[in-house]
Design a protein around this ligand. Structure first.
Ligand code: FMN
Length: 369
C-alpha cells in the first residue's frame, strides 16, 4: 500500500512538478516550498493529510541515541530550514529528526543573489547562501517553549562578517548562538565547515578548534554536541581534529558538509559557478570515506551522522553499514521528490530484514570492522 502510494507520488513529482520547478530559479522554488510547508504545518488537518501522503513507520527503524528516541534514522540536514519554520511539518513528511539553521550569533542576510544553482547531470546543487538566517536572538526567542514532535538539532555557525576574521571575536560569536539555545532542541551541531563565509573554515585548524571547544565547554548544557566536518579534509587533518574532539565535550561527528573541490569526477555538468560549495552525488563517496575511517579508528567514541548524496535506501544503508548511526539529506529530496524519505525508510526495513538484522544498531559499521 505504502509502496504503491510512493510510486504514484514519484511519478507525479518526476513527470510534472520537477520539470516545472527545474525551469525556475532554485532559491525562488525553495522559498515557495517553505511557504507551502509553513501553511501545511499550521493546522492539524493539513498535518494529518501530509502524514497520510508521506508518513511511514516501522519499529525496526527506531533507535535510542544519547537518551533521545529517533523514530527513524533519516534526518533533514542543516540548511533547508534555516529559520526553523518547518519543524511542525517535517516530521509528517516522514523524517526522523531535523537540524535547524545554521544559526549564527548575529542575523545575517547571506551572500548576494544568485546563490543557489542546480547541476542536473551531476545530481547536485551549488550553494553559496553564506549562512543567511535571522540570528540566534530572534530564533531562540521564537522557539523558546515550543514542543517538537521529533528530535531537533541546532546547527550553530559563525556570522558571515569580516569582524570574525579575528579568532577571539569568532569564538564569541559561536558562544552567543550556543548559549541562546541551551534549553531549545535536543542536540547541537557546531558547523566548522561552511565553505561560503568570509575567512573560510578557520576552525578546522586543530589549535583554533581547541580554543573554540574550550570556550564552549564553559556553557552549562546537558545536550550532546556534534561537529560537522568538510568532506574535503585529508585523513591526516581528520586525525588531528579527532584528537582535539576527544579532549572535549563532543559526542558526534557529521560527515559532512558541501565540497569545495570542483575537480571531482562526479561533477559532469559544465559551467560550474565560481563561488559556492557542491552538494549531492559529488559529496557521496567523500562522505562515505570519512564515515568508514572514523568508525574504524574510533568505534563507539563518537556517534556518526552520515550526510552527502543520499538519494535512495541503498545509499542510506551504505552509510549505516560504513558506521553511521543516523543519516541526513537535502539534495535527494529535491531531485527525487518528497516521497523519497518514506521510500528510503521503507527500503531500509527491507534491506535490514533481508540481511537478517533485527535492529539498525546491528547493521551499524558492519562493513568497517
Ligand atoms: C541549499 C543548501 C543549504 C545548506 N546550508 C547549510 C547550512 O546552513 N549549514 C550546514 O551545516 N550545511 C548546509 N548545507 C549542507 C547540507 O547540510 C549537507 O551537508 C550537504 O548538502 C550534503 O548533503 P546532501 O547531498 O544530502 O544535500 C546546505 C546544503 C544545501 C543544499
Amino acid at each position: 500500500m505504502v509502496k504503491c502510494r510512493n510510486v504514484f507520488i514519484r511519478l507525479a513529482y518526476k513527470g510534472i512538478l520537477k520539470p516545472f520547478f527545474f525551469r525556475r530559479d532554485p532559491e525562488d522554488v525553495h522559498d515557495a516550498m517553505t511557504r507551502v510547508g509553513v501553511m501545511l504545518g499550521a493546522h492539524a488537518f493539513t498535518r494529518t493529510i501530509t502524514q497520510w501522503k508521506f508518513g511511514y513507520s516501522d519499529p525496526l527503524l527506531q533507535q535510542r541515541i544519547w537518551d533521545i528516541t529517533f523514530p527513524n534514522p533519516i534526518g533533514l540536514a542543516a540548511g533547508f530550514d534555516k529559520d526553523a519554520e518547518l519543524t511542525s511539518i517535517i516530521p509528517r513528511v516522514g523524517f526522523g529528526f531535523e537540524e535547524i539553521g545554521s544559526i549564527t550569533g548575529l542575523p545575517c542576510a547571506g551572500n548576494p543573489k544568485p546563490r543557489l544553482w542546480r547541476l542536473p547531470k551531476s545530481q547536485g546543487l551549488v550553494v553559496w547562501y553564506g549562512l543567511k538566517n535571522k540570528g540566534s536572538k530572534f530564533l531562540s526567542e521564537k522557539l523558546r517553549g515550543k514542543k517538537f514532535e521529533f528530535p531537533i538539532g541546532t546547527s550553530i555557525a559563525m556570522t558571515n562578517c569580516s569582524a570574525n576574521l579575528d579568532t577571539t571575536t569568532a569564538i564569541s560569536d559561536y558562544h552567543m548562538a550556543f548559549e541562546a539555545f541551551t534549553t531549545i532542541g535536543d542536540y547541537y551541531t557546531i558547523n566548522i565547515s561552511c565553505p561560503n563565509v568570509t575567512g573560510g573554515q578557520p576552525f578546522i585548524e586543530p589549535e583554533k578548534l581547541d580554543l573554540l571547544l574550550t570556550d564552549l565547554d564553559t556553557i552549562a548544557t546537558t545536550k550532546p554536541i556534534c561537529i560537522k566536518l568538510s568532506p574535503d579534509i585529508s585523513f591526516d587533518e581528520l586525525d588531528r581534529i579527532l584528537v582535539v574532539a576527544e579532549k572535549h565535550r563532543v559526542h558526534g561527528i557529521i560527515c559532512g558538509n558541501l565540497t569545495k573541490n570542483k575537480d571531482n569526477k562526479r561533477i559532469i555538468d559544465s559551467n560550474i559557478p565560481e563561488h559556492g560549495g557542491i552538494s549531492g552525488k559529488p559529496t557521496e563517496e567523500l562522505s562515505n570515506a570519512l564515515i568508514s575511517y572514523i568508525y574504524k579508528s574510533k568505534k563507539d567514541r563518537f556517534v556518526i551522522i552520515g550526510c552527502g548524496g543520499v538519494f535512495s535506501a541503498e545509499d542510506a544503508y551504505k552509510k549505516i553499514r560504513s558506521g553511521a548511526s543516523l543519516v541526513q539529506l537535502i539534495t535527494g529530496i529535491i531531485f527525487e521528490g518528497p516521497q523519497v524519505v518514506s521510500e528510503i525508510n521503507c527500503g531500509l526495513t527491507d534491506l535490514l530484514r533481508c540481511d537478517g538484522f533485527s535492529s539498525i544498531s546491528e547493521a551499524i559499521g558492519v562493513d568497517s570492522r
